[in-house]
Design a protein around this ligand. Structure first.
Ligand code: ATP
Ligand code: MG
Length: 574
């Protein structure tokens, strides 16, 4: 095992993760001989798509299993058929695999254990440790007490085990409507921890279950299903987020009072919170269902499907998760940190290409009409094995509007009348003239070139400071390009009870049409279908979007080359 000092490269996502308090506990238990092997689980509820917060939990659970030669189960916490769907079950599996993890044959469902859980509920009833309560949900809420006041006993609390058993079996048989009765643990209505005030173990839900169909009319709660599922699977370390800390005494009470085959332990860590977005399935569902985004894979969303479509490589995401670490203190991670981790990774692996997003025509008057020069362009200066490609150069090119200025300040090194610049991989050109429309806008720039500067350097060694990118007008591929910004304008949307929808960033998606890309990009495969995320030189990282086609390609920006947002934020703060 390694320690934190061996993972110096922040873009690295290979080998063991740095130690954290959870890993310390796991390794301590192994060294003390407590377990023959480590068994963890990732337990999603299939009521929505996974988001980047889940990625933290996935990397932790699967990562620890990998590092210790143990195993990690994928277990669906499918205990509420009113909200769960098969399409979510399928999407979750796809997302975990995409992130780079494999549960092998260890795919489980809480619903696999419904019969066993029912028998254990009967066991509690038999021991006088559970009872059927006929109170309404409202009455139950009122009698639960508060943080400072104890609760009061239900009038149904002292039913005999026989009566409870009969009622519980009738609940199972479907004799009562939704909400008519619940099964509660009989613990202590005056317990300081509200989770121990006779928590609900089973509720009546008449809804078809994706796996068990109409077999059940009652379903166990998370609290009853979770720890017992852990015990049945021999989970050694049950890792969850801090909001379950107060549930731990209940988790332990159930394990102690049931004849379960093993005694797993629960540990809590801080959930991932990310600035300028929401990481709550409830809020994400609202964005999707109310049409604020185009679907679960909308690239503005922090869902794994959205990140994948945006071109985020799983390795980059894992490197980010590794960088943020695991602790017991809740915090908000700045989105800029995710972007920096992605950039760091993509800079190493992404092929370079040229594309012009806001085109301006450049005509090289000294270039022979109809002549094409196929220039060598290096694919990735960070990777010698990536080789090079041929890029066509001709008399008419597209350049960025930004890269030309008629009246330029002294330190403007790009194209301006009388100044020489380097066309990337190509020739040195000097601007000689401009063409304007009736309103005085520059619509075409004219230049001459130095025929001896092929490859970008003058034979006499004269200094040329500016280098700009370009696309041959004759060969370029017309494309739509979508720029993605953060989904919410505020750092913590919905903080302090505000409606997060009020903070939606109208500029989160900017669609540019009439862009020009080098021909190598014509039939690129979207990252979401296994294709590449490439760097458009000087513009950022991009991938093809599935909305496009070879006839009319669409690209999407994964992340820019630097965080203009972080700069703006820093300026605002100073
Ligand atoms: P949400 O709060 O978005 O509805 P959830 O916790 O209800 O999410 P589950 O499907 O129950 O979603 O989560 C599966 C696992 O992922 C749980 O162990 C949960 O603790 C963990 N998890 C969920 N959100 C985060 C997060 N933001 N950071 C780290 N782990 C998370
Ligand atoms: Mg949950």
């Amino acid at each position: 095992m390694t320690d934190a000092s061996t993972t110096a490269d922040p873009a690295d996502d290979t080998g063991d993760a740095p130690r954290d308090f959870i890993r310390d506990i796991v390794h301590g238990d192994l060294e003390a001989g407590k377990h023959a092997g480590v068994v963890t689980r990732f337990p999603p509820e299939p009521n929505g798509y996974l988001h980047i917060g889940h990625a933290k939990s996935i990397c932790l659970n699967f990562g620890i299993a990998e590092e210790t030669g143990g195993r990690c189960h994928l277990r669906f916490d499918d205990t509420n058929p009113a909200k769960e769907e098969q399409r979510y079950i399928d999407a979750i599996q796809e997302d975990v695999r995409w992130l780079g993890f494999d549960w092998g044959e260890h795919l489980f469902h809480a619903s696999d254990y419904f019969e066993q859980l029912f028998q254990w509920a009967e066991h509690l009833i038999g021991q006088g440790l559970a009872y059927v309560d006929d109170q309404s949900a409202e009455a139950m809420r009122e009698s639960r007490g508060t943080l400072t006041a104890p609760g009061t006993n239900s009038p149904f609390r002292d039913r005999t085990p026989e009566e409870n058993l009969e009622l519980f079996q009738a609940m199972r048989a479907g004799d009562f409507p939704d909400g008519a009765r619940v099964l509660r643990a009989k613990i202590d209505m005056a317990a300081p921890n509200i989770n121990l005030r006779d928590p609900v173990l089973y509720r009546i839900i008449h809804a078809p279950h994706p796996r068990t169909g109409d077999a059940w009319s009652i379903y166990p709660t998370y609290d009853f299903a979770h720890g017992q599922s852990d015990a049945l699977e021999g989970i050694t370390h049950s890792l969850c987020t801090l909001e379950f800390e107060d549930h731990r005494p209940l988790y332990e009470w159930l394990i102690e009072n049931l004849p379960v085959p093993s005694a797993p332990k629960q540990y809590e860590f801080a959930r991932l919170n990310l600035s300028h977005t929401v990481l709550s399935k409830r809020k994400l569902i609202q964005l999707v269902e109310d049409g604020h985004v185009t679907g679960w894979d909308d690239p503005r969303l922090p869902t794994l499907a959205g990140l994948r479509r945006r071109g985020v490589p799983p390795e980059g995401l894992r490197a980010f998760i590794r960088q943020i670490g695991v602790s017991k203190v809740d915090s908000v991670v700045d989105l800029a940190m995710l972007n920096a981790a992605l950039r760091e990774h993509l800079n190493r692996v992404a092929s370079r290409r040229m594309g012009v997003l806001r085109p301006l025509k450049l005509v090289i008057d000294t270039w022979p009409e109809g002549e094409v020069d196929w220039l060598d362009a290096i694919n990735n200066p960070q990777d010698d094995t990536a080789g090079s490609r041929k890029v066509p150069f001709g008399r008419e090119l597209w350049i960025e509007q930004d890269d030309f200025m008629e009246d330029a300040p002294r330190k403007y090194f790009r194209l301006t009348p009388g100044q020489e610049v380097r066309l990337r991989y190509g020739y040195l050109v000097t601007c000689t003239d401009v063409v304007k429309d009736a309103d005085g806008n520059v619509i075409e720039v004219h230049a001459t070139h130095d025929p001896d500067s092929r490859g970008g350097n003058a034979p006499d060694g004269r200094k040329v400071r500016g280098t700009i990118h370009w696309v041959s007008a004759e060969h370029g591929v017309a494309a739509e390009v979508r720029l993605i910004d953060h989904l919410f304008t505020s750092e913590q949307p919905g903080a302090g009870g505000a409606d997060p929808l009020d903070d939606l960033n109208p500029a989160a998606l900017e669609v540019l049409t009439g862009c020009w890309l080098e021909p190598a990009l014509a039939d690129a495969t979207p990252a979401a279908s296994g294709g590449e995320t490439v760097q458009f030189e000087r513009l950022g990282y991009f991938t093809a979007d599935p909305d496009g086609s070879p006839a009319s390609p669409v690209f999407i920006r994964t992340v820019g080359l630097r965080d203009t947002w972080a700069k703006v934020a820093a300026k605002g703060a100073s």
